[in-house]
Design a protein around this ligand. Structure first.
Ligand SMILES: C[S@@+](CC[C@H](N)C(=O)[O-])C[C@H]1O[C@@H](n2cnc3c(N)ncnc32)[C@H](O)[C@@H]1O
Length: 338
């Protein structure tokens, strides 16, 4: 007999427990009752000021670690997230999950790997939402601690689905109080919880299951035009042209013919050799293609001050232009002070 999947995909897919299929505590019911209400409570990926139109957030990123066959990736896609990535260590679940995705013409990425072993947060783009649903307590305390060290700089919101269990001291704890203690006030704000999903008439109610969402205090989604500088600068004119050639048209580029190269040649005359400038521009082209392909692997860095209408960007001006050229109207920014 085929090994059952934790999630019930229906049809001829193997499933662990048929009576979970219609429960509020498992599968799609878990999304509907424990996860989506948190997103709705905060209006995540619904805000028009964040470039959302017709309920779709084309550039918002949703990541799930321990996604099993990917039911929540499907749910996140239909909720409106434009870029959805799941990580799952079980090759069996991934195989069926991908077959299901392709049969239904769905668009999300289902990666096979083990968080903490061959995959870390650095392998993912910075995201709007990171979901850990009944999975974080499988991590070792080492990988959990490493994750917490940087999580507030890589995820705008984190959602946990969990329940109190008696776990070894070398595992991340799973109860609400303990989870909240891992998310200190100077880095995180606890923004929403679900604790009271009704159990009556549920075919497989799960005692004590709850969800909680934290919001990072340093990673924010901001309108791109708050950071844009005018196009009048010749360097920017050159960069814009490069973005169009490298990213939009995806052409082979003759670097010495580009405006960007010519402008650098003029500005760096006598200081940078022409081959060094070719190299420099080549790096920019590679970066542009990488941003298009993999997304924003590090947040832009911005001055936290709100005094000016257009804010100071501390790092990431080129990536900002690339995202702008790719049609993004907002961007994930990490505030660094002073
Ligand atoms: C209890 S299931 C939860 C599945 C899904 N999140 C849900 O709530 O329906 C946990 C899943 O996480 C996967 N998993 C556990 N540890 C993992 C790790 N370190 N990296 C990736 N996946 C992991 C397991 O293989 C399993 O599919």
């Amino acid at each position: 007999m085929a090994r059952g999947l934790y999630q019930n995909l229906g049809g001829d897919y193997p499933a662990e427990n048929a009576n979970r299929a219609d429960s509020r505590f498992w599968n799609r019911g878990r999304w509907d009752n424990f996860i989506q209400p948190l997103l709705l409570a905060e209006g995540v990926a619904l805000d028009e000021r964040h470039g959302v139109t017709d309920g779709k957030a084309p550039h918002h990123v949703f990541i799930e670690i321990g996604c099993n066959a990917g039911l929540f990736l499907q749910a996140a896609t239909s909720y409106g997230f434009g870029r959805v990535i799941g990580l799952e260590k079980s090759g069996h679940a991934v195989k069926h999950g991908r077959r299901y995705r392709d049969e239904h013409n769905l668009e999300y990425e289902l990666r096979n790997g083990t968080f903490g072993l061959d995959v870390s947060l650095d392998d993912f783009p910075v995201c709007d939402v990171l979901l850990l649903s009944t999975v974080h307590y499988y991590f070792s305390i080492q990988e959990w601690t490493r994750m917490l060290d940087i999580l507030h700089t890589r995820a705008r919101y984190v959602i946990f689905v969990s329940r109190h269990m008696l776990l070894d001291h070398n595992r991340p704890q799973s109860g609400m109080r303990d989870l909240c203690d891992y998310f200190p006030n100077d880095r995180w704000r606890k923004v929403a919880t679900v604790t009271d999903v009704p159990k009556v008439n549920d075919p497989k109610a799960r005692h004590d299951l709850f969800s909680v969402m934290f919001q990072s205090r340093v990673l924010k989604r901001e309108p791109i035009n708050r950071f844009m500088v005018g196009d009048e600068d010749q360097m920017n004119v050159g960069l814009s042209e490069l973005v169009v050639l490298a990213v939009i048209n995806d052409e082979d580029i003759n670097i010495t013919e580009t405006k960007y190269y010519k402008e650098l040649l003029r500005r760096k005359a006598g200081r940078w050799s022409p081959p060094a400038i070719v190299d420099f521009v080549g790096h920019k082209v590679a970066m542009m293609r990488d941003v298009k392909e993999r997304g924003l692997m590090e947040p832009l860095l911005a001055h936290p001050s709100d005094h000016w209408r257009s804010r100071h960007l501390v790092d990431g001006g080129h990536r900002l232009m690339i995202l702008h050229a790719l049609g993004h109207t907002t961007v994930l920014v990490r505030e660094v002070g002073p």
